[in-house]
Design a protein around this ligand. Structure first.
Ligand SMILES: [Zn+2]
Length: 363
């Protein structure tokens, strides 16, 4: 005796993979209450889904290989589906599910294959044995991987333009010779907000700049805005909305809650002067805004304050740059133009140099 419901299969709507320096993330779009299990052996990770089907139009998305996954295979056992990810190593395997949100309409089943020994660990130790350069700027491209950030009317994704501008900024800074710049992410994958700060700590950074693009319902809003950290709160309603959306991105990571960020912060905030950092951040925001306003429209004529998790770096000036409104088609086109990206990068770099000159003049 089988009911009509029992015969209904769970649909696996689509598959996505994200390769990061220390992990590969597998994402399966599916339905709520999908019955599944994940198990790992030396050379494969197995995802078994009870009574399931794969859509013909996304079937090919399943097959993937990168530095961790050698090949993928699908096997059917009765109504059940087995997805086998053959691996070239043993990984720490984590899995969890995420509910739909504004950007993803399906429930998501996420499997992370995490390197047992992070590849960057050795290089990091090597760097720290030498004297760190005096000026180290962390350039953070907002969002990434499963978190696209804001979406443009013509289909641009904030994460892509953020990365393009961040890479140009890093190259421009490093070519100057005097300042060292380091990216938090160099490809299309997600990094939790607190890890972006940790990268700064490990690299003994002296400045933190996070690159974003704004979005609102109206397509006419335009211009850049610069935010510096304020523990007391935001200066505008837009800042409040932005703070919520930028801080909530860690829900995409699925492993970290905002409350954990606060706990993390309490431990790193204890041994430095918060007031000094807020003043420095405000100064940096002012010099960058001045340069940015020389190359295009600005949305707010003064630096804004918001309580972004990603700005909570210890003791170093930290700002978040909303380069333009991706929700405005004209500005979206500008954000995708490599010459404009370079202009924005040059303006931010000039703002950084102006800040350092002012600091050195006051010594
Ligand atoms: Zn953003």
């Amino acid at each position: 005796m089988t009911s009509a419901f029992a015969e209904e299969k769970t649909t696996l709507f689509d598959f996505r993979y994200w390769t990061a320096p220390n992990h590969t993330r597998i994402v399966v779009d599916t339905e709520e209450n999908t019955l599944f299990s994940v198990s790992a052996k030396d050379n494969y990770v197995l995802l078994s889904v009870e009574s399931a089907e794969v859509l013909p139009q996304t079937f090919s998305h399943l097959f993937f290989e990168d530095e961790r996954i050698k090949r993928t295979q699908i096997k059917r056992s009765g109504d059940d589906i087995r997805l086998i990810f053959y691996t070239n190593n043993v990984f720490k395997v984590k899995h969890y599910t995420l509910a739909p949100n504004k950007k993803y309409k399906y429930h998501r089943l996420v499997i992370d294959l995490i390197d047992l020994l992070p590849k960057t660990a050795l290089t990091d130790t090597a760097i720290e044995q030498y004297d760190a350069p005096r000026k180290v700027v962390i350039v953070d491209a907002g969002h990434g991987g499963e978190d696209p950030g804001a979406l443009g009317k013509n289909g641009s994704r904030e994460k892509d333009v953020n990365l393009a501008i961040a890479k140009k900024l890093v190259d421009t800074i490093n070519q100057s010779g005097d300042i060292t710049a380091i990216l938090t992410r160099s490809g299309d994958y997600y990094i939790p907000l607190t890890e972006r700060i940790t990268i700064g700590l490990r690299k003994k950074a002296t400045m933190f700049i996070s690159i974003h693009a704004d979005a609102v319902e109206s397509s006419s809003a335009k211009g850049a805005s610069i935010y510096s950290l304020s523990e007391k709160g935001e200066t505008s309603k837009l800042a409040k909305q932005l703070e919520q959306s930028e801080n909530s991105v860690d829900q995409f990571g699925g492993v970290e809650k905002v409350i954990d960020n606060d706990q993390f912060l309490k431990t790193i905030l204890t041994d430095f002067s918060r007031k000094d950092r807020d003043i420095q951040s405000q100064q940096l925001a002012t010099t960058i805004l001045k340069q940015i306003s020389a190359i295009g429209p600005v949305h707010k004529k003064t630096p804004q304050k918001a309580n972004f998790v990603v700005l909570k770096s210890p003791a170093i000036p930290s700002v978040l740059v909303e380069t333009a409104f991706i929700s405005n088609p004209e500005q979206e086109a500008r954000l995708n133009n490599w010459r404009e990206q370079q202009k924005i990068a040059d303006a931010i770099f000039q703002g950084i140099k102006d800040y350092y000159s002012a600091v050195e003049a006051s010594l």
